[in-house]
Design a binder for this molecule. Structure first.
Ligand code: HEC
Length: 100
């Protein structure tokens, strides 16, 4: 029983930080350097961030966010490493999504 509780604790901790290995500042820099908001601004106006906050926005989980970052990275013509994806995820999650 004790062992079970311990495992439960460990798995909930692992879930608590979806972009644990991501770096917010590196993500911010990459987001700006890759002009990620270029299309989002065209679509939504303003600073483009409404793409993340619109009520019917698409990304609903951390894995979905990684997928979308990957897809958009292709659109942006940038080659993202796994670490880049984590950094962008940490950045966007902290500012907008706040997945637990
Ligand atoms: C060539 C245009 C383009 C570029 C450049 C682009 N995006 Fe996107 N992005 C889109 C479009 C189009 C959507 C909306 C998809 C939809 O609603 O079906 C989107 C949506 C998103 C979403 C999901 C928003 C939601 O609905 O929750 C994320 C996250 C995102 N982009 C991240 C990025 C990142 C990170 C970059 C830079 C690496 C980037 N995008 C660059 C076109 C682009």
């Amino acid at each position: 029983m004790k062992k079970f509780l311990f495992l439960l604790l460990v798995s909930s901790v692992a879930q608590a930080a979806p972009f644990e290995t991501g770096n917010f500042d590196a993500g911010k820099k990459l987001f700006e350097q890759s002009h990620c908001n270029r299309c989002h601004i065209e679509m939504k106006g303003g600073d483009g961030s409404e793409i993340f906050t619109r009520p019917d926005h698409k990304v609903r989980s951390a894995p979905q966010l990684i997928k979308q970052i990957n897809f958009c990275g292709g659109n942006a013509g940038v080659n993202l490493s796994t670490q880049d994806e984590q950094n962008l995820g940490a950045y966007l999650n902290k500012l907008y999504y706040k997945f637990p």
